[in-house]
Write a protein of this length. Structure first.
Length: 54
């Protein structure tokens, strides 16, 4: 099982590197979308906490 996880991790790393090398603009867009999602989630948690306290 641990061996399969290691192989899967290598496959993911190779895929990410391939994506960055072949299409850096698309990779940058995907990273930006990811950070926007994280920012939106953090904003939602902040709003929830504000409403909880108020």
């Amino acid at each position: 099982m641990a061996h399969a996880k290691k192989i899967a991790m290598y496959v993911v790393i190779v895929f990410v590197l391939y994506t960055i090398i072949t299409s850096p603009a698309r990779a940058a867009d995907l990273v930006q979308i990811g950070f926007e999602g994280i920012s939106s989630a953090a904003h939602g948690v902040g709003e929830f906490m504000t409403q909880l306290v108020a």
